[in-house]
Design a protein around this ligand. Structure first.
Ligand SMILES: Cc1cc2nc3c(=O)[nH]c(=O)nc-3n(C[C@H](O)[C@H](O)[C@H](O)COP(=O)(O)OP(=O)(O)OC[C@H]3O[C@@H](n4cnc5c(N)ncnc54)[C@H](O)[C@@H]3O)c2cc1C
Length: 427
């Protein structure tokens, strides 16, 4: 069945996920083609944050543009008296960093260029599956075949089929980079979540909560982003913008110049895991790899790429193995039973948090960040085993006040069904 001319893998998409998996496959000495609308130099639209320990463990700390040591959150009610205990920060005592997007992009390009990777420009439009290969035709009419196609085209994948049609919760955010009449946060500070709500009216407090994600970027420049954790019917950009402006006005802060506006319109937090019974593999946002609790993806994309590439490479040594079975091996390495269970647990957690009102959410997070650092950090970065996560959740439950315990125990909507999926993951 071996066709010497046929590339081993065609990766669709050149975002972080496409690049990570292409370079890992290249390191396995596979012949890899990458197809994306603007080729490898296509700029990435988002800004990518990461915890310091995570980036250090990945050995990519030199790719950070910013690194903060003063990292905090606010889970009090908030007060106009600056030193009031309701304004007391929760100190995370863990560095947080922001990648230099260009450096990160070049890093992956160099990694790819060290291997045998061919770049093509175009929009994948149609796919034809045969027993030993798949053929993609672009909108421009060009045709590319490979033994296996990997769909890394982001959250609305071009070819991958997802498994369920349950409503997806979406994270939205409205951010600005700018200067302000007075500093909106301490010098050299990073704020993961500011849930203080004293600027809201009583009726707004009954609406779904939002928080401020903020960082001091130096030279009088700050990035402030009003964010909603996840909702099936998310806030609009205008609503988030209004909330951010109200939050600032309440603290007598005016925006004096706006250098950039970030409209994070669509970040699905609990996408279903794709259907594994298809002769195509997914990677990154397309393959539901975003962390349902944090919305982060990069750490996982970097950590899992070598394992998935190895599994594909091993499967491909059997030249008679049909594409469907190569994809299956890929899926099994990407989504082991343990990872599926973990994902179900995270999704269950998100579902719970989406139902909490702002007071309960603040109480919940206050307890969560009182866990030992290794536990809350491992939970947020998806680096704990299932057993360790369950243990962390149990410790938190025992220590939580009754209001939080009650919120966690009462099962509403699809929560019971989601809980069952942790015990009986559908493969
Ligand atoms: C506002 C925002 C902020 C985020 N912040 C963080 C963060 O701080 N840290 C973090 O870890 N994660 C973050 N994420 C999540 C995640 O890291 C990003 O969404 C990431 O860009 C997803 O990577 P991806 O490669 O899967 O998809 P994408 O980056 O969306 O890349 C998809 C690629 O597929 C290409 N493509 C699309 N259609 C086709 C087609 N038909 N044919 C061929 N190619 C196609 C696109 O051009 C692109 O190259 C954030 C997401 C958002 C939306």
């Amino acid at each position: 069945m071996k066709n010497e001319q046929l590339p081993d893998v065609l990766v669709l998409g050149a975002g972080p996920a496409g690049m990570a998996i292409a370079s890992a496959l290249g390191k396995e000495n596979l012949k890899v083609d990458v197809l994306s609308p603007k080729g490898p130099e296509e700029p990435w639209p988002n800004t990518y944050g990461i915890w310091g320990t995570e980036v250090d463990q990945l050995g990519l700390e030199n790719l950070l543009e910013y690194r903060w040591k003063n990292t905090v959150s606010f889970f009090g009610n908030g007060s106009s008296e600056e030193h009031h205990h309701e304004n007391k920060p929760t100190k995370h005592l863990l560095d947080y960093g922001l990648f230099d997007k260009k450096k990160l992009h070049s890093y992956w390009l160099n990694e790819c260029n060290d291997s045998f990777i061919n770049w093509h420009e175009g929009w994948a439009n149609e796919i034809k599956f045969e027993k030993y290969k798949s053929t993609v035709t672009t909108k421009e009419g060009k045709v590319y075949s490979a033994r296996l196609v990997i769909d890394a085209t982001g959250y609305d994948p071009v070819f991958l089929k997802l498994r369920s049609s349950e409503p997806v919760a979406v994270q939205t955010c409205y951010g600005i980079v700018g200067s302000f009449s007075k500093p909106p946060l301490e010098k050299d500070q990073f704020v993961l979540m500011d849930y203080r709500s004293d600027h809201l009216t009583e009726s707004q407090k009954k609406e779904p909560p939002t928080f401020l994600y903020a960082m001091d970027m130096g030279n009088g420049k700050y990035f402030l982003e009003e964010t909603q954790l996840g909702l099936v019917k998310p806030f609009t950009m205008d609503e988030l913008k209004e909330r951010l402006e109200k939050r600032l006005a309440h603290r007598d802060i005016e925006i004096t110049s706006k250098q950039h506006e970030e409209l994070g319109l669509f970040l699905p937090m609990n996408m279903p895991i794709p259907d594994f019974r298809q002769p195509i593999l997914g990677y990154g946002g397309a393959a539901s790899m975003v962390h349902p609790a944090s919305g982060y993806l990069l750490g996982n994309v970097l950590r899992r790429a070598p394992l998935v590439a190895k599994a594909i490479s091993k499967a491909m040594t059997d030249h008679k193995l049909p594409t469907m079975l190569i994809a299956k091996k890929g899926w099994e390495s990407l989504w082991s039973k343990e990872l599926i269970r973990k994902k179900s647990l995270y999704q269950f957690g998100l579902e719970k948090l989406m139902r909490f009102d702002e007071k309960l959410l603040r109480e919940f997070f206050e307890c969560f960040f009182k866990l030992p650092k290794s536990q809350w950090y491992g939970f947020l970065t998806d680096t704990l085993s299932l057993k360790e996560i369950v243990n962390a959740m149990w410790v938190m439950f025992l220590r939580a006040p009754w209001s939080v315990k009650k919120g966690l125990m009462i099962m509403r909507g699809r929560e019971f069904k989601m809980l069952m999926r942790i015990i009986f993951p559908k493969i």
